[in-house]
Ligand binder design. Structure first.
Ligand SMILES: Cc1cc2nc3c(=O)[nH]c(=O)nc-3n(C[C@H](O)[C@H](O)[C@H](O)COP(=O)(O)O)c2cc1C
Length: 328
């Protein structure tokens, strides 16, 4: 069978399927299940910047009851009560001794705050790498895109100055200059970009006239946004790219690798089908490679990226045209 091993942020993974940061990875037992099911690596559930700085209740209350999926709110509260920092470091240590696959810690942050000191302790606890889930909601009409993007770059400078382990930035698509920001993060030594974070969303209840949480699991068509951007960025920036959001099966993994992804993260499909689905996905990628005669992931990674394409303009076509669609 084909060799599915990859390098991601300098780490050796047996295959490109990573379990994304979520409740699936918030305990040693959860991490062990992911490893037993064949994951290439895991990203632990995030510790929140506010937990590190001890403002736990503030974030839960400030965000309102509908904003947080209950798992997130309970998690934040419980970690706050039980000493978030020590609990998280212990999770890293225990996960590292329980499994042989790489364990990536995760910090959820909104700026370059006190958590950058904590990043050193994450490294000392034995994490193989650190993923930062960082998001500045560009909702302040007085701040321009450049000011918002500087927050990400400052965070990259701060964390790279403090840690020796590889660092990934998990970001959303809401940048005024997405490709430029990605390149600047890469230039600052960020080892990988994880594209794209899927944010908690709300909906309106028009009977009760209040907010209600929208479905918190993704659907497979949501992978098309990261697919486009990984295709566009993979020839332009030096750091690794990992896909997240909407990858539910082996075909989804193959597509993201064809776009140029070094690795692919999965969550929603594992909530829906159970973590044993990882084995089905990994086997499916291997079978696809065997069928096409690819001996290694490197043989097809990026083959359908914009830079490898004979029709690069197609990747930037964003408007519907009657003539090309034929069905409007
Ligand atoms: C219940 C749940 C909890 C999550 N918690 C975190 C988290 O703590 N940190 C984080 O970076 N992402 C978190 N995520 C987002 C996932 O890591 C992932 O990026 C997102 O679900 C999109 O991938 P998917 O379509 O495979 O689910 C969470 C997702 C779910 C469903």
């Amino acid at each position: 069978m084909a060799d599915l091993s990859i390098r991601y942020m300098g780490l050796e993974l047996a295959n490109p399927v990573i379990v994304g940061s979520s409740g699936l990875t918030d305990s040693v037992e959860g991490v062990r299940k992911c490893a037993d099911a064949g994951a290439g690596a895991v990203v632990l559930k995030s510790i929140f910047e506010e937990q590190i700085s001890g403002e736990v209740e503030r974030i839960v209350h400030a965000s309102g009851p509908s904003y947080w999926h209950s798992e997130g709110a309970n998690y934040v509260r419980s970690y706050g009560r039980e000493n978030a920092v020590e609990g998280y470091l212990e999770l890293i240590r225990e996960a590292k001794s329980a499994v042989s696959i790489p364990v990536i810690a995760s910090i959820h942050c909104v700026s370059a705050g006190v958590w950058t000191e904590f990043a050193q302790r994450v490294e000392q606890a034995g994490a193989d790498a650190l993923e930062l889930n960082i998001f500045v909601l560009p909702s302040d009409a007085t701040r321009d895109g450049h000011a918002n993007e500087q927050v990400y770059l400052a965070a990259a400078d701060a964390v790279k100055a403090k840690t020796g382990i590889p660092v990934a930035f998990k970001v959303g698509p809401f940048f005024s200059g997405l490709a430029n920001t990605a390149r600047e993060l890469s230039r600052r030594g960020v080892d990988a970009l994880v594209l794209f974070n899927r944010f908690a969303r709300f909906d309106f209840d028009v009977d009760k006239m209040e907010l209600r949480p929208a479905p918190f699991l993704s659907g497979p068509d949501e992978m098309l946004v990261p697919l486009r951007w990984i295709s566009i960025l993979s020839g332009q920036i030096d750091c690794d790219l990992a896909a997240t959001t909407g990858v539910h099966d082996a075909t989804g993994v193959v597509k993201q690798i064809l776009a140029g992804a070094a690795a692919v993260q999965m969550c929603s499909a594992l909530y829906q089908k159970g973590v044993d689905h990882i084995g089905t996905v990994v086997d499916g990628v291997g079978a696809w490679m065997d069928g096409r005669g690819y001996a290694s992931i490197a043989d097809f990674r990026g083959k359908m990226s914009q830079s490898e394409s004979e029709n690069p303009a197609a990747y930037e076509r964003v408007q519907f045209m009657k003539a090309t669609r034929g069905q409007d």
